[in-house]
Design a protein around this ligand. Structure first.
Ligand SMILES: C[S@@+](CC[C@H](N)C(=O)[O-])C[C@H]1O[C@@H](n2cnc3c(N)ncnc32)[C@H](O)[C@@H]1O
Length: 320
């Protein structure tokens, strides 16, 4: 027997809603200049702007994807927000992972349907929404957050997006380094760990304890000093493969007749990503044959030092 397709009225576990707009749902009104307004539909309420107002009643009950005219004649495009629009406009406690990086995390940390994922910190819950979508109802996302006020913001955002509690999600208040393997040992064995926090290197030991062999750790950090310390700590630990580090830059294009050129502005920097895979218990990755770049671990370097480094002098120049 083929599975019954979900009814268009039933909120799916993707957070995507279809069918006529309903009270209690978020909509996005975009004006002719591309300015966006997101709000929750309520019976009897009005949306106000400097271009007059629109009654929520004019929107409720219509299928999204239409144009509405305000009391002063301005036109607005009406759609439900997509997840990539929701996460950058929802209320924030801490800074969010931007959609371009969330996409990289899901793809490059290989987050799959059914995966058991640990995430810390939860911040505003943006990445949580993506992870829940990727693991689906048969997976698990265990989020850890040390600040209760951020956890509250995340809980509201995730619940708003999924129109209720997501059955695959749990949220634990605590510092990941101390809290793993979680209440009642719930995260004693996991497939993926995603770290978006100030000091991911403090969690490497705890992460190594719970990751299955072949599992992946992925850290998202904002600065080069955090990037360096994260990579070197994973290397020194010895139970992970050689860490990979990268960033992504996304550039919009203006396409209009013969005027086809890069957009004038772009998001210059969001963060760096690092991934590594967990080795089996007691196994170590092959020893690096290549000598480190001259000066890489010279006297000015104060971070974790990989084993077996040849002594380097203060005068040795950095490879350039
Ligand atoms: C940049 S925010 C995370 C944003 C989140 N990924 C999102 O997309 O909305 C970093 C969060 O990590 C939390 N944090 C920092 N260190 C932590 C730790 N060791 N354990 C748990 N949470 C931690 C902070 O309180 C903060 O809320």
């Amino acid at each position: 027997m083929s599975p019954t397709p979900p009814s268009p009225q039933q909120p799916s576990l993707s957070g995507v809603h279809t069918g006529p707009l309903r009270a209690g749902e978020w909509v996005r009104l975009t004006d002719s200049k591309g300015r966006r307004n997101n709000f929750c539909l309520e019976v009897g309420k009005k949306f106000f702007s400097n271009k007059g107002h629109v009654d929520h009643g004019e929107l409720i009950g219509r299928p999204e994807g239409f144009t509405v005219t305000s009391s002063l004649g301005a036109e607005y495009l009406v759609f439900r927000p997509l997840l990539n629009e929701f996460v950058v406009s929802m209320p924030r406690g801490a800074a969010v992972v931007y959609p371009k990086d969330a996409a990289q995390i899901v793809a490059m940390a290989d987050v799959f349907p059914g995966a058991r994922v640990v995430e810390a910190g939860v911040g505003s819950g943006a990445l949580t929404c993506y992870l829940l979508r990727a693991v689906g109802p048969t997976g698990r996302v265990s989020s850890y957050e040390r600040r209760e006020e951020f956890a509250d913001v995340a809980r509201r955002n995730v619940t708003q997006w999924y129109a209720g509690e997501h059955p695959a999600w749990s949220l634990t208040i605590g510092d990941l380094a101390d809290a793993l393997p979680g209440p009642d040992g719930q995260d004693a064995e996991v497939d993926r760990v995603i770290l978006d926090m100030l000091a991911p290197w403090d969690c490497v030991e705890s992460v190594a304890r719970v990751l299955v062999p072949g599992g992946m750790v992925c850290a998202y950090v904002a600065t080069t000093t955090q990037l360096s310390k994260t990579v070197e700590t994973l290397r020194v630990h010895g139970g992970f493969t050689e860490p990979q580090a990268w960033e992504t830059l996304v550039r919009d294009w203006h396409v209009e007749g013969l005027a086809v050129r890069p957009g004038h502005s772009m998001v210059g920097h969001t963060g760096f990503l690092v991934t590594a895979r967990r080795m089996a218990p007691g196994e170590r990755p092959p020893t690096k044959r290549r000598r480190p770049a001259p000066g890489a671990y010279g006297v000015d370097y104060t971070g974790p030092r990989p084993e077996g480094l040849p002594p380097q002098s203060a005068e040795e120049p950095l490879d350039g």
